[in-house]
Design a protein around this ligand. Structure first.
Ligand code: CO
Length: 357
């Protein structure tokens, strides 16, 4: 059994933008391989089956392995690299941040450059930064120098960030918590289940969520779960000036009733709420005005549909170089998911399927 902090560090530091999840998958397999039966689908997602006392119902737990990143598009004559996004970035969040480019010549450090403020015209100062204004600078002076490093169009790029604890002890700062904290919960739950759960647990680590839930769409018809819980690093909303706070870092797992892409099975949400209260686990309820997760894909890409919701671990500054999480939220999510699995027997799942509201 690996401790939670160690898993958070290893999985968040793993290199894995959308379409390049190999290192993350390897880590997850190293965590769960001795506890589950691991296979892959043809798109790269990992499937880890943990058998209980019954093959029905099939409980799918899903977390996505990919992080938002960039891909080298081309090399400018001066040696700067243009890039496309793998997933959605707010361009100003990229400015002056360190990145690592994985090339056939190895990993290279760079920084996201832009025209320096000293040289900006007045009209340029007042305009929002776009991806076109940015480039990756690996310290080269010419395209030839970049080519000599082995860097080519198509090379993937992620933030160059180490995961570190902050003074508050339980808070960590690092990259890719969306959704490596979900991967941590997935791996931890799979490691700690015994064979007595009244169902079959299918842990799925999906690829390419950040570019449109592509891995979840591909795998749902294959797994055909009876019920699905998506484990996500969700954006915290406890910033100054926020009025309705439903995702406070340290406030416990966030159970989602709604986002514009998914109306959760409300009976499943109610079961989770009851479970949290019975176990004394703090929780938060989310009704989101924006956003979406793999849950929306699993819900409708499983033939006949499937009861689904999302459990979120609040992440401050998701989709930036430095996210923040409270490790206690991760621990509480593990406890809650395990307690919910214990309650998802045949009778309960049949009831949820027939009475979703
Ligand atoms: Co995510």
């Amino acid at each position: 059994m690996h401790n939670l902090e160690q898993m958070v560090i290893e999985l968040s530091e793993a290199f894995g933008p959308s379409g390049f999840e190999g290192e993350v998958r390897q880590k997850i397999e190293s965590f769960v391989g001795n506890y589950t039966n691991v296979t892959y689908d043809q798109f790269g997602s990992l499937i880890a089956v943990h058998s209980g006392v019954s093959v029905y119902p099939k409980v799918m737990l899903a977390a996505h392995m990919d992080e938002v990143g960039l891909m080298v598009r081309g090399i400018l004559p001066g040696g700067e690299l243009r890039a496309v996004m793998l997933g959605s970035w707010w361009p100003p969040a990229l400015l002056a941040q360190p990145v690592v480019i994985r090339s056939c010549g190895g990993d290279h450090l760079g920084v996201i450059g832009a025209k320096p403020p000293h040289y900006l015209r007045e009209d340029e100062r007042n305009r929002q930064l776009k991806l076109d204004d940015l480039y990756i600078d690996v310290g080269a002076r010419s395209a030839a120098e970049v080519q000599a490093m082995g860097i080519k169009p198509g090379d993937p790029v992620v933030p160059a960030v180490k995961t570190r604890p902050l003074s508050g002890q339980s808070v960590y700062m690092g990259k890719a918590f969306d959704d490596r904290v979900g991967c941590v919960v997935l791996a931890n739950v799979l490691q700690s289940l015994d064979a007595r759960h009244p169902n079959q647990v299918v842990g799925v680590a999906t690829v390419q969520e950040e570019v449109g839930l592509r891995g979840a769409k591909a795998i749902s018809p294959v797994v055909q779960p009876d019920i699905c819980i998506v484990l996500e690093g969700v954006p915290a909303d406890d910033f100054p000036g926020g009025s309705i706070v439903q995702g406070r870092m340290g406030g416990g797992p966030q159970i989602r009733r709604f986002d514009p892409t998914m109306i959760a099975n409300q009976a499943l949400v109610n079961l989770m709420v009851d479970t949290a209260e019975q176990c004394g686990i703090p929780y938060q309820i989310a009704v989101r005005e924006s956003g979406g997760t793999d849950a929306s894909a699993v819900q409708v890409h499983t033939p006949g549909g499937v009861p689904t919701t999302v459990i979120g671990i609040p992440v401050r500054y998701a989709h930036s170089h430095h996210g923040m999480i409270d490790i206690r939220d991760v621990a509480h999510t593990v406890t809650l998911v395990k307690a919910v699995i214990d309650r998802l027997d045949e009778k309960t799942v049949n009831h949820l399927k027939q009475n979703p509201w």
